[in-house]
Design a protein around this ligand. Structure first.
Ligand code: EPU
Length: 424
């Protein structure tokens, strides 16, 4: 198992290009199952989760190639096996995204039920309930969701709870359903809108993605073409928080500032000087950050995927703050690791109360999930001494070339030479 060793209190300055969005690329790759002609997906990030999605699609019969710029060319999306096995789904919950498109195109899908994970129980009841309302016959046998439908039929559907991948699954299924589907209480995240833009470019008829109500007029098949994935707003937010913590000055290029409005407001409150253009963000910070209280929320609110990084920032900020997590019930595993580095944080159910300390101290810590690992890297970069982060495979799931990017900005990070790549 690999680990990272980070030397603390470095300067962070320079320019960095934001990668394509993980959470947009995954549903778009799954959606290629619906396409009857070759597809090229551009700006796919170089990540373990993308490799897992491609293994899943390849395992089911899809043929594709990847060029040196990481464009994925789907040559033939025809499947000859309609099953997402436990071994792949347990590595990545987003594998459940193949359920909707497989069912819509082939009338059958067998997908392992994703279990709980480090950040919560994360059920998929809403995905299944709405697929049933589109006419699917669904049962769970031996840990597998088995879904069948001769032809899905459009309907007016309402999610009990906003769910990102749930909305994406239903959106993909409804593209090939007979007649019109209306999804109410849909997730509004930019990644959902990006998926809809991709599907529309391939011939789907979707309106309203990015709002709470999405209308889909079913079509008989989708075609092919080229599409570029949106920039990763969580990677961008993580890099901006690094610069705030390290009192640095950075420019992000190839990003989408409009996807980060609330995040940029929070960082301004913390004391950062921020300028934005159409596709770039410049941030500079000269003093210790001010502590800021925040509550995670669905888009356009502060994303839960930046909660851990904001807690790391508040841990070294001037003052006391509260960070409330409203999306996942158990997304505070990073807190006990930050305590080992000298942070002063108490947890009261879903609220972390943070008293900023002047500096953290390097320690041996353990990554528990993707965003928690990012928070520990941020903390390590601003801590006195050296920090060793174990179980670093989590970070490789969702951040493309993170060490390279941070080292280019001035960080000192070394990966242990271990050649084993752990994926659980
Ligand atoms: N929920 C249900 N039933 C469902 C579906 C969701 O109760 O059928 C609950 C969840 O347990 C959670 C809430 O609804 O409490 C929202 O979960 P959502 O379904 O929106 O999350 P997700 O689709 O599983 C995606 C991202 C996550 C991100 C969340 C929230 C992908 C592949 N994953 O997950 O990303 O945190 O939305 O924005 O898009 C990450 O990248 O680190 C990550 C975890």
């Amino acid at each position: 198992m690999q680990n990272l060793t980070i030397k603390g209190t470095c300067e962070i300055n320079g320019t960095v290009q934001v990668s394509g969005s993980k959470n947009a690329a995954l549903p778009i790759l799954a959606a290629t199952v619906l396409c009857h002609q070759p597809v090229c997906i551009q700006k796919v990030p170089h990540l373990k989760d993308v490799t897992t999605m491609l293994s899943l699609l390849g395992n089911m019969g899809m043929t594709f190639s990847i060029d040196h710029k990481l464009n994925v060319f789907i040559e033939d999306s025809t499947l000859n096996l309609y099953e997402a096995p436990y071994d792949l789904v347990k590595q990545m919950r987003a594998s459940v995204l193949v359920l909707g498109p497989m069912l819509a195109r082939y009338g059958y899908a067998k997908v392992s039920l994703p279990g709980g994970c480090a950040i919560g129980t994360r059920p998929v009841d809403q995905h299944l309930k709405l697929l049933e309302q589109l006419g699917a016959d669904i049962c769970v046998e031996d840990g597998y969701i088995i879904a069948k439908a001769k032809k899905l039929k459009g309907a007016t559907l309402t999610f009990d709870k906003e769910t990102v991948t749930g909305t994406e699954n239903i959106l993909m299924a409804a593209c090939l359903a007979e007649g019109q589907t209306i999804i109410r209480n849909a997730a509004k995240e930019p990644e959902v809108e990006d998926l809809a833009d991709f599907l529309n470019q391939m011939g789907a008829k979707i309106e309203g993605a990015g709002t709470n109500t999405i209308k889909i007029q079913g079509v008989s098949k989708l075609n092919g073409g080229a599409y570029q994935v949106i920039p990763d707003r969580i990677e961008a937010g993580t890099l901006l928080i690094v610069a705030v913590m390290a009192r640095g000055s950075i420019t992000l290029t190839e990003c989408q500032p409009s996807h980060l409005e609330h995040v940029l407001d929070a960082l301004k409150q913390a004391g950062a000087d921020i300028e934005v253009g159409d596709t770039w963000i410049k941030l500079s910070m000269t003093a210790r950050p001010k502590a800021i209280s925040l509550v995670t929320d669905v888009y356009p609110g502060i994303p839960t995927d930046l909660q851990a990084q904001f807690i790391a920032m508040n841990a070294i900020a001037d003052g006391e703050s509260k960070v409330e997590e409203t999306i996942f019930e158990n997304r505070f595993m990073h807190v006990s690791e930050l305590l080992r580095m000298g942070a002063d944080i108490t947890l009261d159910r879903n609220i972390a109360v943070i008293k900023g300390v002047k500096h953290l101290v390097g320690a041996k810590v353990m990554a528990t999930d993707l965003r928690a690992s990012a928070a520990l890297i941020l903390a390590g970069l601003c801590a006195k001494g050296s920090t060793q982060i174990d179980r670093i495979y989590h970070i490789d799931r969702g951040y493309a070339n993170i060490e390279e990017k941070l080292c280019k900005l001035g960080a000192s990070i070394q990966r242990s030479p271990s050649s084993h790549f752990h994926t659980a």
